[in-house]
Structure formats: C-alpha cells, structure tokens
Design a protein around this ligand. Structure first.
Ligand code: ADP
Ligand code: MG
Length: 304
C-alpha cells in the first residue's frame, strides 16, 4: 500500500504536468497564426493543449504559406502541402493537405490522367494545341486535319497516318491533340511502338494480357513510330495484326506516326529475318489504310 506521502507526490506531478501543458499552450497562443489555427478547431483548450507542439508545427507552416507566392517558393516540409489538424471520429489528428497553389495545379493538370503514356518522353505531357499555331506553314495540312478532328470529335471515323522525317514534330502534334481532348475528359494512350513491343514480349509471363487488352480497348490510340521496330513474325502477326483487327471492328480511332510512307512501311513488314511475307505485310497495310487518312509532314528537325 502506498503511503500518503507517495500519493501526494503523484498528485503533485500530475498537477505539474497540466501546469506545464497550460504554460506552453498559453505561450503558443501569443503567436497569431497559432491562435487563428486553434480558433478554427472545434475542441476545447483542455484537449487542444495536449497537442501544442503539433499545432505549433502546423501554425508554422500556415505562417510560411501566408507570404508564399507559388509552388516553387514553398518552404513547407512537403512541397505544396500543409501539416493540418483535422477531426476524425471526434479525435484530433494531423494530415498533409494540398495548399491553394497545389489545388490549382492539381485541377489544371488533372486532364493528364486521361492520357496514358507508354515509354514516351515527358515533354509530350506539355504538348499544347495553342503552341502549334505559332509554327511554320509547312505543317499546315497536318495541323488542319487535326483541328478539324478536334472540332468534329466524337463524330469522326478515321485516325491519321502521319509520316515524315525524324524530328519534324509528328508525335508532338498528336500528343497536343490528345491533351486537348483529355481536357474534355476523353481518354487516350500513346505507345512508343518499338519499346512497347519489347516490353510486351518481356511481360509474357506476367501482365501481358492486361497490357495488350488495355491498348486494344483505348478509345484513342497513337501507335508512335511504327516502322522503327524490328519486324518479327510475332510482332506483326500476333500483336499488330490482331490489335488493328480489333480496333477496326470496334470502330476505335487509331493514329500512327512513322518515318516511312505507307509503301515503305509495307516493305518494312514484308521482311522478317530472312523470310519474305508479302501477303502478311499487305494485310497489315490494308488495315492501317482502312482506319486512317494520311498526311505528310515536312520541315526541319526540331530536336535539340
Ligand atoms: P517526330 O515525332 O516527328 O520525330 P517530335 O514530335 O518528337 O518529332 O518533335 C521533335 C522535337 O520538337 C520535340 O522535342 C518536340 O517537343 C519539339 N516540338 C515539335 N513541335 C513543337 C511545337 N509545335 N512546339 C514546341 N515544340 C515542338
Ligand atoms: Mg516521334
């Protein structure tokens, strides 16, 4: 059994603790950001003072936000986020919530979730229809086609086979169109064909089926740089052929970019290893021709 002295000691230390809590809470309240923060929390001060140091951390982040001009200036622990108190099931908890700049950014770039990029460069995510107009006249036919497509969508029947030399902006133009449509909620995929085929082959024992199904069903698909892959029987007859067949039957719009015009592409598909397969190549070309219109793009190499 504890002595009266021990009991009193315990009582005293409890009192000490609550006095310390109160002291640090009162001191924290002299900071206007802290004061403002706790005034918005639906809890009494007895409860709040248990969380003084966490609340101070949060108030400190709000203070930094009060003079911040944009995301690049952010000085908080997690860029674009504020350590924030929230009430969950009547308990005070803390979470990182996006600041006003982060929220604006998330809203503006939300459309990017609508375009799936496979193995293509990140700069395509910024490709923008508006930037295209400032460019040279040699690409006008292709641009006109794309503008018309944008205007008519979804009342469109064919995609585009866009060919021309390396670096003329073929991929960029179609990515810009897809980004524009993404802003209207339309989903699309861009696959860099040579790499996609390699990956698909490597995924044979894992998620091959999911990948293949995904591009078979994408509402809008760009097969980027067709003709730059090595022709194999497998790629041509097991992947590309069925893919085009499916998209053709389902009326799904497919775009292509290539350095080859359609005749050269036919030649490309005719030879795999040492085998000549004129008929198989012809069948691929027939499908591409059936589901697309063709434009050529000329101009300088824009790659830096
Ligand atoms: P291609 O697919 O014809 O080989 P790209 O689309 O990759 O060419 O374009 C080549 C480079 O030029 C890329 O770095 C791309 O971002 C840039 N580019 C092309 N068109 C534009 C444009 N209208 N505005 C800004 N950059 C562009
Ligand atoms: Mg390209």
């Amino acid at each position: 059994m504890k002595t009266l002295g021990e009991e009193l000691e315990k009582f005293k230390s409890k009192k000490d603790i609550s006095r310390d809590l109160l002291n640090s809470y009162s001191e924290a309240l002299t900071n206007p950001f802290f004061k403002e923060l706790v005034s918005n929390i639906n809890k009494n001060s007895d409860e709040l003072m248990k969380y003084t140091s966490l609340l101070e951390e949060s108030a400190c982040e709000y203070e930094k936000c009060s003079t911040c001009k944009n995301l690049l200036e952010c000085k908080n622990k997690i860029t674009g986020h504020i350590f924030t108190p929230v009430i969950i099931d009547n308990n005070l908890e803390f979470t990182y919530s996006p600041c006003k700049f982060q929220q604006k950014y998330n809203k503006e770039y939300k459309y990017l979730n609508n375009v799936t990029f496979f193995e293509v460069s990140n700069e395509l995510k910024n490709a923008n229809m508006k930037d295209i107009f400032t460019d040279d006249a040699s690409r006008l036919e292709a641009i006109e086609w794309l503008m018309n497509f944008l205007k008519k969508y979804p009342k469109v029947e064919k995609g585009l086979y866009l060919h021309g030399s390396f670096g003329t902006g073929k991929t960029y133009l179609i990515a810009a169109l897809f980004n524009e449509l993404a802003k209207k909620g339309i989903k699309s995929s861009i696959i860099y064909w040579p790499e996609f085929l390699r990956d698909l082959k490597a995924s044979f024992n894992t998620d091959f089926k999911e990948r293949f199904e995904y591009i078979k069903k994408a509402p809008l698909l760009l097969i980027d740089d067709i003709g730059a892959e090595n022709t194999t029987d497998w790629g041509r007859d097991e992947v590309l052929g069925p893919l085009l067949q499916h998209r053709m039957q389902m009326n799904l719009i497919t775009f292509f970019t290539s350095n080859f015009d359609i005749e050269l592409l036919e030649g490309h598909f005719s030879v795999s290893k040492d085998k000549i397969s004129v008929v198989k190549a012809k069948r691929i070309i027939e499908r591409i021709s059936y589901i697309t219109e063709t434009r050529k793009i000329i101009g300088k190499n824009r790659r830096k």
